[in-house]
Design a protein. Structure first.
Lengths: 157, 406
């Protein structure tokens, strides 16, 4: 297998493909307390995130929209991981995931920190695709911080 | 003369590059074309031997640079069959060309209640400048519809033209669909109501011979880099009588005859529209690209392109789950497509690792994507240096994409 092939295998791991085909929490949450829209202007990806926060815990979270396998899988994995978490823990997880996506194995992010989200680690070998993976996370941050502006991934590279 | 693609490819050094250890299959020429050696040489020769500022110095090098720059204008005049060289204005590219027309002719002649007519298949650069103009002037932006196959609905277009229409802005060839628009007919309809026609020729000039007198269009815009020339240089052609009457675009050096603090007398076209030191090397590179194109046997090249487009259309259509986007009867070799259940962005990444470069996304045509009810497409766009082997590589890559997503 060539390097290129093994990098592709790292990117499109089975879990990623599976989540992209059958995204979890792919719906709009009823009685949402927080919501935000995210855009990736490079490829036209768009998602809307809705969150119901109760007693400072993410009680329910869902997303709808259009995107590539990486952005869909990332949103699916993120929503699964954040249910039951406090917003401040969601932010800590975002920081860890972002480091994992941009620095790869160098980042020394452990699977204890990110759990299942470790399957996103192959993305770092594809710098053009980092924004696809971070879109849902930026949108989540904006939603929780109650910013009205749509999230954009332009600061990532 | 036979069209010898193998020999032609030798003139494009970049085509020998390897990416990820695989030979480059370049299918993104609608984004930017690759450059033949003679264009690279012309630019490098300018900086090695001829560089000086134009239109100013009396010294030897300045004369050489001025001659090179003005000869480039003559080459473009011949290329578009314009009546006068002064009808050729150098700009940065098609985007600036259209902005120039909107900011000069548009600002002078479009007023409150007037209309600017575009089509559903326009690139953002032929939408946004008109939107900005209409907003400023209280004018209305009207949009002519296209059919599902990607052809302009000419009857509907005709119904939208009226005496209120001041400008019709339309692409000659769609960057997403490959559709060739019937510019001559569009111009006849528009002129019957006194509207002027601005043609976005960015995607047309690499594929079709363009004769602005035969088309009778009022403005024609193009980019050098899409037609084997360098980036940062483009052209707007305008009919003499319109250019004479238009206010300047930007103020500065070179666009003036005399300046006092009380009053400035503007230069004549084309200089009136070319403030500041121009992109001399760019213009010279573009001229070299035009000379290169002229050396290709035109009929054989057109024949080759047609046969390659047919080959590509058939090869892609044979892939299960693949749908071609843009199937106009008259089209250039642009193959946009979607694959069932797989996002174009993922297609692009996997093909890239096979050495196959295509474009994925909305192609700066978001309203068109909305009309097609697609978030994005994958697009393989061909140029004179592409072969059936390139199409075969693309098809093999697409099988790999489907393998990964099966």
């Amino acid at each position: 297998m060539t390097t290129s092939d093994s990098e592709l295998k790292d990117l499109y791991q089975e879990v990623i493909i599976e989540h992209s085909k059958h995204p979890r929490n792919f719906r709009t949450i009823e009685n949402a307390t927080h919501s935000a829209e995210g855009f990736n202007p490079l490829c036209g990806d768009q998602l809307t995130l809705t969150i119901r926060l109760s007693n400072n815990v993410i009680e329910d979270i869902g997303f709808v929209g259009e995107g590539c396998a990486i952005s869909k899988a990332s949103a699916s994995l993120m929503t699964s991981a954040l249910k039951g978490k406090k917003p401040e823990d969601a932010m800590i997880l975002f920081t860890a995931v972002r480091t994992l996506l941009t620095c790869g194995p160098e980042s020394k992010v452990t699977s204890a920190e990110v759990g299942k989200l470790a399957v996103l680690s192959g993305v770092w070998e594809f710098p053009m695709r980092v924004k696809c993976a971070t879109l849902a996370w930026h949108t989540m941050k904006n939603a929780l911080e109650a910013k009205g502006d749509p999230a954009s991934t332009e600061a990532d590279s | 003369m036979k069209f010898d693609v193998a020999r032609l490819r030798e003139e494009f050094p970049i085509l020998k590059e390897m990416v990820y250890g695989k030979p480059l299959t370049y299918l993104d020429s609608a984004a930017t074309s690759q450059k033949p050696q003679q264009v690279i040489d012309a630019i490098s020769r300018f900086f090695l031997k001829e560089n000086a500022n134009v239109h100013r110095g009396v010294h030897y090098l300045s004369e050489r640079a001025t001659e090179g720059y003005e000869n480039a204008r003559l080459e473009v005049q011949k290329f578009l069959n314009a009546t006068h060289a002064s009808e050729i204005i150098f700009v940065r590219g098609t985007t600036e060309a259209i902005n120039l027309v909107a900011a000069t002719y548009g600002k002078k002649h479009v007023g409150s209640g007037d209309e600017v007519l575009i089509t559903e298949m326009e690139h953002h650069s032929n939408i946004v400048p008109w939107q900005m103009l209409c907003e400023e002037k209280g004018a209305r932006l009207c949009v002519a519809p296209i059919s599902d196959s990607g052809e302009l609905e000419l009857d509907a277009f005709e119904k939208l033209v009226s005496v209120k229409t001041k400008i019709v802005a339309v692409t000659h060839v769609s960057n997403v669909l490959g559709t060739i628009n019937p510019i001559k007919r569009i111009v006849e309809i528009a002129h019957a109501y006194g509207a002027k026609v601005v043609v976005d020729g960015a995607q047309a000039v690499p594929h079709l011979p363009v004769d602005v007198q035969a088309l009778d269009c009022d403005f024609y815009a193009l980019s050098g880099h899409k037609v084997y020339g360098p980036t940062g240089i483009g052209v707007v052609y305008g009919k003499s009588e319109l250019l004479e009457d238009m206010p300047p675009y930007q103020g500065g050096g070179d666009m003036i005859l005399s300046v006092t603090f009380e009053k400035t007398i503007y230069n004549k076209p084309p200089n009136k529209f070319e403030a500041g030191t121009p992109n001399m090397a760019g213009a010279i590179g573009l001229a070299a690209a035009i000379v290169f194109l002229a050396t290709l046997p035109q009929d054989e090249r057109a024949e080759e392109e047609k046969s390659l487009l047919e080959y590509g259309t058939q090869a892609l259509s044979a892939i299960p789950g693949l749908r071609l986007i843009g199937t106009a009867r008259e089209k250039v070799s642009v193959l946009s497509f979607v694959l069932e259940g797989i996002h174009p962005h993922d297609i692009g990444t996997i093909l890239d690792r096979e050495g196959v470069a295509i474009r994925t996304g909305h192609h700066c045509a978001q309203p068109l994507m909305k009309r097609l009810k697609l978030p994005a497409t994958a697009r393989a766009s061909l140029a004179c240096y592409n072969t059936r082997a390139d199409i075969d590589q693309l098809v093999a890559g697409l099988h790999k994409v489907q393998e990964i997503f099966k």
